[in-house]
Design a protein around this ligand. Structure first.
Ligand code: CP
Ligand code: NVA
Length: 305
């Protein structure tokens, strides 16, 4: 049986704008169930903490007419050594769709490979595709277009950056990433983005200079300096990242009508100041709400295929 997964944002290929538009439509129709989701069940395996992803997925399934089962690996046999592959085969006999937030990308791949139902990556060490759907839905609402815009990311070269690079390249948006030395974006994702950009015309810039990244940007984005699972690196990172804080001085280099975005949770006073996070340019809570509508779009898209 053919099934689609959402492991990388690039899995959506040319359908990306269609899924973003579906999110915008479902936002207008908030409490309408969907024929492809009614009576369907989602399993949600979460190895790490979550506020937005968990609540958006559970609420999305409920509002669309299905149900969701939150699965903490510590309460599952997976936590006692049952393999990811066996878990996938068992769960896909009972469920219609599975989401997985994992420490290791390899485990998300293994779950998808051994599951006969669609698998959504709910964040791993490589990517966060659900977040990018909400982000680009928010950009569509605020800016009405993707191509010709400049997206600046300042901070850690982490899972968010990988997904940002691919999504900007796929939509023809220029992207400028500034990270401290030693915390650069994964070169495999930079290369993939540059390759995609050859067809879409987007510019991909990588530097260690936050001011040049943010100059004339339409979107200024940041994320936590210390991702889940990297807690041991906290002290070292906080020192290395000081000049990469998104504050009033830095955003003064962006376009006047720039929007500030953050996947959240924010560590205020670290990667972003209150002044920026609470400014009129900030769209962080609209972006967070869009996690619900875009999660619905991803679910409908995968279940209708
Ligand atoms: N942005 C995001 O994925 O948030 P959570 O970790 O709260 O799910
Ligand atoms: N980079 C962060 C994103 C959280 C939504 C992390 O992986 O913890």
């Amino acid at each position: 049986m053919f099934k689609k997964d959402l492991i990388s944002i690039s899995d959506l290929g040319d359908d990306l704008p269609e899924v973003v538009n579906l999110g915008l439509r479902l936002k207008r129709d908030r409490y309408t169930t969907h024929e492809h989701v009614q009576g369907r069940s989602m399993g949600m395996i979460f190895e790490k903490s979550s506020t937005r992803t968990r609540v958006s997925l559970e609420t999305a399934m409920y509002q669309l007419g299905g149900n969701a089962i939150y699965l903490n690996p510590n309460d599952m046999q997976m936590g006692r050594g049952e393999t990811v592959a066996d878990t996938a085969k068992v769960l896909s006999g009972m469920l219609d769709i599975i989401t997985y937030r994992a420490f290791k990308h390899e485990n998300v791949e293994a779950l998808a490979k051994n599951s006969s139902v669609p698998v959504i990556n709910a964040l791993d060490d490589r990517e966060h595709p659900l977040q990018l759907l909400a982000d680009f839905m928010t950009i569509a609402e605020k800016k009405n277009r993707f191509d010709g815009l400049k997206f600046a990311y300042v901070g850690d070269g982490n899972n968010m950056v990988n997904s940002i690079l691919l999504t900007c390249a796929m939509t023809g948006m220029d992207v400028s990433i500034a990270t401290p030395k030693g915390f650069e974006a994964d070169s495999r994702f930079v290369d993939r983005a540059k390759n995609i950009a050859k067809n879409t015309g987007s510019k991909v810039e990588i530097s260690v200079d936050p001011v040049s990244a943010v100059s004339d940007a339409d979107i200024v984005y940041t994320d936590v300096w210390v991702s889940m699972g990297q807690e041991k690196e906290k002290e070292e990172k906080e020192k290395a990242f000081r000049k990469f804080q998104v504050n009033g001085d830095l955003v003064s280099h962006a376009k006047k009508d720039y929007i500030f975005m953050h996947c959240l949770p924010a560590h205020r006073g670290m990667e972003v100041t209150d002044e920026v996070a609470d400014s009129i340019n900030s769209v962080i809570f609209q972006e967070a709400e869009n996690r619900l509508h875009s999660a619905k779009a991803a679910i409908v898209y995968l279940l209708q295929n």
